[in-house]
Design a protein around this ligand. Structure first.
Ligand SMILES: [Zn+2]
Length: 410
């Protein structure tokens, strides 16, 4: 009896203490959505340097997500115009109405089905495993049957950030569209498929994707699911790449939404992308889909300066402006928003000379468009406006400088 009681008591106390420490942890790890005063890139960089993640930019304010410590810093700086946290949380319900989006098992099945339907011209393999052991799927389309013939390569990626589900489903739908058009006999698509190698990694951060939808409410989760040394979770994969890593606009605080990790490529997900890109010997084009804000971004992100190679810079600008015509997105150098270091595109261009773009897909803003959670009814229109840029990038994979030879709208 005594033993049973003491076991009962110690279990009870364990549960209570555990509950208290979890509550404390939950409070420090809680994410706040803040409207902050900022009217130029200098002020936005000051905000980014606190570790807060800027999600939306207007002419005189930004919307950012921050953990408690960052919120306190911003408060001291006198920048908080409004705490929007409760407003944002209210609009999050379980996505039964968002069933068009793919969770990880649906994504896996969709890719397997596509490969079974087009076994001759596609390949499905794993680029590596996430922290929690999920395969990071890489899908390849290649019409040319001679394996010795080297073809120009383009890589499209989505889902670096967990809550950006649209960035997973957009490339997936583009892939489905491409193969359906190939089957239908679309001449332009057939020519591209036969003369290029098209690579796609739609979900770079599968653990985060699953975590964000694992309960009846979206969690507004951004990072991967690494357990950090202090018990907090997650590294910002788009601050973990190894070019200019840790030089601003990312955080050393493991609890922060923009935590850079302990070293460049410390995360299995970013390491997998590094290895995958470096296995492609003819890659000249990379596009990393994110959400939201309707932007087309090119390097640098970690420096205000233009990239030093003038011809490359002109090419980036020309390509971004051309793709802006189809999408209605705003083209600009990434650092014009705010400094952010350790992202995919700075590394891909800085280390390998790849013409690497970030698309911040729809919506343009948080309040009229739903921010990170715009609903699945947006998918058709986003995919439609992103189809031409997709084909354009694949077309230029042999030599992106050719973009300079065409008028905007090629
Ligand atoms: Zn993102």
């Amino acid at each position: 009896m005594k033993n049973t009681l003491s076991i009962f008591l110690s279990c009870f106390l364990f549960v209570v203490f555990n509950g208290i420490s979890q509550l404390a942890q939950t409070e420090t790890q809680r994410t706040y959505v803040l409207k902050l005063k900022a009217s130029d890139s200098f002020q936005r960089t000051m905000i980014a340097n606190t570790g807060a993640a800027i999600d939306f930019i207007n002419s005189d304010y930004v919307i950012a997500t921050a953990v408690l410590e960052e919120k306190n810093k911003l408060e001291k700086m006198g920048l908080i115009l409004e705490d929007l946290t409760s407003r944002t949380m209210q609009s999050m319900t379980f996505p039964s109405e968002d069933s068009e989006y793919h969770d990880y098992s649906e994504l896996t099945k969709a890719l397997q089905d596509l490969h079974s339907e087009f076994p001759q011209i596609t390949e499905l393999k794993s680029a590596g495993r996430s922290i929690e052991g999920r395969e990071i799927w890489a899908f390849m389309v290649r019409g040319e049957q001679d394996p010795n013939k080297e073809l120009p390569q383009a890589l499209f990626m989505g889902g670096h950030h967990a809550r950006e589900h649209l960035s997973v489903d957009t490339p997936l739908r583009l892939l489905k569209w491409l193969l359906a058009e190939y089957k239908k006999g679309n001449r332009k698509v057939i020519d591209l498929v036969n003369s290029r190698e098209i690579h796609m990694i739609p979900a770079v951060n599968p653990d985060g994707l699953e975590y964000d939808i694992s309960t009846n409410k979206y969690k507004m989760w951004r990072k991967n699911r690494k357990q950090n040394h202090d018990g907090t979770y997650g590294v910002d994969l788009n601050r973990n790449y190894g070019f200019g890593w840790g030089t601003g606009g990312s955080s050393k605080n493991p609890n922060s939404d923009t935590y850079m990790g302990t070293s460049p490529f410390s995360e299995p997900e970013s390491k997998a992308i590094k290895n995958y890109v470096e296995s492609l010997k003819k890659i000249k084009i990379l596009l990393s889909y994110h959400t939201f804000s309707s932007l087309i971004l090119y390097p640098w992100g970690h420096l205000d300066n233009k990239i030093p190679n003038q011809k490359d810079h002109q090419t980036f600008v020309k390509m971004a402006e051309t793709m802006a015509q189809w999408t209605g997105y705003t083209p600009q150098q990434s650092a014009e928003l705010y400094i952010a270091s350790g992202d995919t595109c700075d590394w891909a261009y800085g280390e390998h000379g790849i013409f690497a773009f970030t698309f911040e897909l729809d919506p343009r803003d948080q309040w009229s468009g739903g921010g990170f959670y715009p609903g699945d009814e947006i998918l058709d229109s986003v995919v439609a406006k992103n189809t031409e840029p997709f084909l354009y990038l694949i077309g230029l994979a042999d030599n992106p400088h050719r973009a300079l030879d065409f008028g905007i709208g090629f």
